[in-house]
Ligand binder design. Structure first.
Ligand code: FAD
Ligand code: DHB
Length: 393
């Protein structure tokens, strides 16, 4: 392993792997350090929706071959409330934008395979313990690998190490501001070996709480239930999960929810958080290391990918010309997009979930908002534009 590189990339999730791919293509050397093993990173069940801009970025760097072959193109979503469904059509409301259903696990597998095929450095089981010299021109990443302590000297360090990452802690606390919101409910996500009961995703508001029907392939469904914080996923039987899903998706007409064996289950707390700024000296933050959103708007993975694209461009400008103009603009430009996604994710979350003890007044407001989306193409377009993805800034 080299002890010196241009960009030390901490974290081998979507942000770190895409950044590494883009840097490699721009001729900038980097080393990716990932604390987990390859199998864990490739199996970690997370997001499933790619915006048009994310797909475009993956195509442009030659990482979309399998995505183009296997990803499912979706032209809309269904919102359900009061036992009725309403479809939001993305292309007609957004000037032609659409999304892809392609699991984060598959995207991560593709990017890992490409990096290894390039013979470019990517270290698993490499846990970064600290970054020193953040205020100098030569920051150092300290990590442990195979029982040994090692150092990587860098021109820049990219903190792509997720919400609990360590790179952020290299920035003096007084230079950072964190904005946070914790929600009084979690998501219970399950994977089931059953063909999806719908062609497009269903986001359901119900008196029993929120439910989402998504998918991974024509043979595998991905479903989520709003549950109280602290719910033990093992405490539910498969039958209880399917009964609850069926009750929340209930709709007038002949629609049926198909059941099948549940193969994975996990509970995920919902949180919004933003750390500002996203750059300090030669330390750069991208993806969940800088911001997280509740999953209802399907923005987390897409924000991580957009950060990587903008950051790679800025580093390429620095490498080619020595100017830091784009790096200087990185944090402000991304925070504008991040706060837009934060607002949309908060909006989707608070419109569709029932908070514990929620008043009938607040429920009426939610239903009124959903009725408005159904009645007005302008209101529907606002949702569609945000969901399908706004142009990259
Ligand atoms: P991550 O994917 O978290 O990658 C960070 C990487 O850094 C990890 O591989 C981690 O192992 C590594 N790392 C951490 N610390 C260190 C260290 N000290 N040294 C070296 N490596 C380190 N978004 C949606 O849109 N829809 C969803 O349904 C959805 N579900 C989610 C479920 C869960 C449980 C979580 C946590 C997130 C979910 N998200 C979802 C959000 C989405 O998956 C993230 O926004 C996305 O993974 C962000 O990518 P990232 O690369 O920034 O961070
Ligand atoms: C999925 C997750 C989301 O949070 C979402 O809004 C849509 C789809 C998914 O895992 O498929």
């Amino acid at each position: 392993m080299p002890s010196r590189t241009t960009v030390g990339v901490v974290g081998g999730g979507p942000a770190g792997l895409l950044l590494a791919r883009l840097l490699h293509q721009a001729g900038i050397d980097c080393v990716v350090l990932e604390s987990r093993d390859r199998g864990y990173v490739e199996q970690r069940q997370r997001a499933g929706i790619l915006e048009q801009g994310t797909v475009d970025a993956l195509r442009a760097c030659g990482a979309a071959e399998r995505l183009d072959a296997e990803g499912l193109v979706h032209d809309g979503i269904e919102l359900r409330w009061n036992r009725r469904g309403h479809r939001i059509d993305f292309p007609s409301l957004t000037g032609g934008r659409r999304v892809r259903v392609y699991a984060q696990t598959e995207l991560v597998k593709d990017l890992i395979a490409l990096r290894l095929a390039d013979g470019a450095p990517l270290l698993f089981d490499a846990r970064v313990t600290a970054v020193t010299g953040a205020d100098t021109d030569r920051p150092v990443v300290h990590y442990t690998h195979q029982g040994a302590e090692r150092s990587l000297h860098c021109d820049f360090v990219a903190g792509c190490d997720g919400f609990h990452g360590v790179v952020r802690t290299a920035i003096p606390a007084e230079e950072l501001r964190t904005f946070e919101r914790v929600y009084p409910y979690s998501w219970f996500g399950v994977l089931a070996d059953v063909p999806p009961s719908c062609d497009e995703l269903i986001y359901a508001h119900s008196p029993r709480g929120f439910a989402l029907h998504s998918m991974r392939s024509p043979a595998v469904s991905r479903l989520y239930l709003q549950v109280p914080n602290g719910t033990d996923p093992a405490a539910w039987t498969d039958g209880q999960i399917w009964d609850e899903l069926e009750a929340r998706f209930a709709v007038d007409g002949g629609w049926r929810l198909a059941r099948g064996p549940i193969t994975q289950r996990a509970v995920l707390p919902l949180r919004s958080a933003v750390t500002e700024p996203m750059r300090w000296g030669r330390v750069l933050l991208a993806g969940d290391a800088a911001h997280i959103v509740p999953p209802t708007g399907a923005k987390g993975l897409n924000l991580a990918a957009s950060d990587a694209v903008v950051l790679a461009r800025a580093l390429a400008q620095w490498a080619a010309t020595g100017t830091t103009a784009a790096l200087d603009a990185y944090s402000d430009a991304r925070l504008q997009a991040v706060w837009r996604a934060e607002h949309f994710s908060w909006f989707m979350t608070t419109t569709l979930h029932s908070a514990p003890g929620q008043s009938p007044f607040d429920t009426r407001l939610q239903l009124s908002q959903l009725d408005r989306i159904a009645a007005s193409p302008h209101a529907a377009a606002e949702l569609a534009e945000n969901y399908a993805g706004l142009p990259l800034v």
